[in-house]
Design a binder for this molecule. Sequence first.
Ligand code: CMC
Length: 515
Amino acid sequence: MVQQPQSKPLELVVADPSTGASCSIPVPNGVSKTQGMHASFVVLPTSESARDTLTVLDNRTNKVYTIPITDGTVKATDFRQVQDTTGEGLRLFDAGFVNTAVARSRITEIDGAKGILRYRGYPIEQLSEKSTFLEVAYLLIYGELPSKNQFDDFEYEVMHHTYVHVKLAELEQSFQYDAHPMGMFIATMAAASTFDPSGNPALAGSDIYTKDKKLRNKQIFRILGKVTTIAAMAYRHRIGRPANPPQQGLSYTENFLYMMDHLSEPGFRPHPVLARALDVLFILHADHELNCSTAAMRHIGSSLVDPYSAVAGAAAALYGPLHGGANEAVVRMLESIGTVDKIPAFIESVKRREKKLMGFGHRIYTSYDPRATIIRKLAYDVFEVVGTEPLIEVAQALEQVALTDEYFTSRKLYPNVDFYSGLIYKAMGFPLDYFPVLFAIPRVAGWLAHWSEAMDEPNAKIWRPRQIYCGEARRDYVPIEHRDETDVRLTEMTKTASSTRRRISSWEGKKPGKL
Ligand code: CMC
């Protein structure tokens, strides 16, 4: 039986989907004369008020459901009313969140087709030209550009929370000399939570961050302040130099470069062009709505854990080569290509799907990433003071080939933020494996903005997606002596010669030679 949409039309509009032709059939008492008909038909709402709805016809049951459309989206929970055999209602499947909105946010707007990026309404082009990273961090977190006094207070608080506990510094010292700095960064950030019991919801109360805005702000100052110190300490440890304590009287980015580079020179100041270039790069990387790491931040934060732990988790998501690790991967790719004449062979290998063109493609942008445009220009400012990075020639030639090749154009693959940023970092002398850290520092501002916004959400729920269970049905436990032997062995992994030597040795209860 056909049910009426909530708009209660007094007539049923029957449309032929193949021609678009339609006609009206009167529906006395909500019962259609088409009852029992086997033809396809579409129910269209006839009243204006019902236009912002989706009419869903379940072909399994011939039931019709009306789902409201708000802000261009339908609520997944509205589909629960579509009954199915499980009794739980219909679920939406979206592996990878390709077309699923998971939060209402007022922070960052992206128009991927037009290549537009705005923080709190301000175009990224204006912010990168006129603002500073710390001001942008304020804007992202608190929603407005700060007044002079507001900015002075914010800068004071952030810059006076740059010191870290001496035990945290010792923790960084304890890493292996060649530890990846991103691993050090993640671990140290997670460890920072242990120095702050009053900010630990397990000890101080599960609702401290949803209720206490002052505590929330304090954590924001602390994390923004300490993130550059933790990052600089990781760098200094790698190169075998003692950590520099933070300095007052320098900008956020200058202080970061100071902590990385100062030896014993009195009145040391980083070069202003490099400090500004890094500041602009920090602005460009500060937020990008619900990317993988920011979604991770919101996901982890939804459990109401402390923000240090959530930042550590978000940083782990950023570490991956498909996300923040891409800038490092771009330079390794350009180095492996080496010279312009090798580009055609490389492109062919990408088209054969043997390789990826790192720094190209984006889930949201189907046009040029506006950040890549700004960074490409910025690269030349940096080259002017430190010398040209020769791989820029390979990068530009590669971009030209890709932008005119059907494989990339048909898939709308354009350079993203990572395509040129790695070259600037390389020209500035940062080690390759430090690039993701340079991405993580400014992204902390975006993570905190999203975390704080989520803490203000009155109807927030813990994030808990559903699955489609595809595993075995119920089965009974079989004792090990009754199980079939199989060829599948977990020991069939790559072994080093030294591990083989050890494995074939003998000890009590084990004969020699068995791997
Ligand atoms: N090189 C070659 N082919 C690509 C690339 C690429 N960089 N990116 C996408 N494709 C192809 C992909 O193979 C697929 O082709 P087909 O439809 O024939 O199977 C099609 O384009 C769609 O790609 P997708 O993987 O379904 O797209 P996605 O939205 O899941 O992935 C992405 C987005 C950024 C992970 C992906 O484009 C990629 O791996 N790019 C390279 C890594 C990179 O530069 N990451 C940085 C992203 S921007 C900064 C950040 O978020 O951290």
